[in-house]
Design a protein around this ligand. Sequence first.
Ligand SMILES: C[S@@+](CC[C@H](N)C(=O)[O-])C[C@H]1O[C@@H](n2cnc3c(N)ncnc32)[C@H](O)[C@@H]1O
Length: 251
Amino acid sequence: MSGTVYLVGAGPGAVDLLTLRAARLLGEADIVFHDALVDAETLALAPRAEKIAVGKRCGKHSTAQRFISKRLVDAAKKHRVVVRLKGGDPMLFGRAQEEIAALGAAGIRYEVVPGVTAALAAAAELSVSLTRRGLSRSVVFATPRIGERESLSSWVNAVRSADTAALYMAAGDAEAVKRELIAAGVSPETPVALAENVSLPGARVEAGVLDELPELAQRRGGGPALVLLGEVWRELAQKIGVSPELLAQTA
Ligand SMILES: C[S@@+](CC[C@H](N)C(=O)[O-])C[C@H]1O[C@@H](n2cnc3c(N)ncnc32)[C@H](O)[C@@H]1O
């Protein structure tokens, strides 16, 4: 008899943004494999569990990912409740599908528990709705990050055709993000916000226009950050942005 592996969303960081189901499973867990982004307070909810940090902060190597999947399978053969705790929601940029495939192939029972993804937590924290009547009817979650042996994705087209975009794992490549979007026809004056450490004590936000993205990104600290684009960010950019004059001109 093997145990069950729960792929659990840890939310953006603040422990009280966990779901009740996630908190219950952490309390029952025998072993927890967690991402580096998962907060210590969240891990404290699993007092009886052995805790194992796995993976890098952003995007893991395929070999490292295979190793994590194997460890989950092995753990399920020894323990009743195995929790794989992932930042935000497991099904968004969380490599969940590889783990689901490995567990399925090994005949291990699994369940996915959703979490609050960083973009939705950012929208809440900044009081900016990602959709808005007359302004935004579509939202895209995208990343410019390309894995090894992956072909170029269409993230630029996806961003171009959506009213609002949330870019994950993009702040470190702000210069290239700006260049590629502008080359694809996105206006350099598109409002942007950069939200760092959303829901955590070190939370901060910068806002301005796409043309200024590299400067905004340079000012961030070392925490995880989202790049948010689209008209819905205009008011925030006007309020706190570095170039209110430029935004006023384009309003
Ligand atoms: C590997 S992805 C994981 C995303 C996660 N599954 C989710 O749903 O939020 C990591 C990226 O998520 C974003 N991120 C995660 N937590 C964040 C936070 N608290 N504040 C801002 N961005 C965050 C950053 O863009 C970071 O580079």
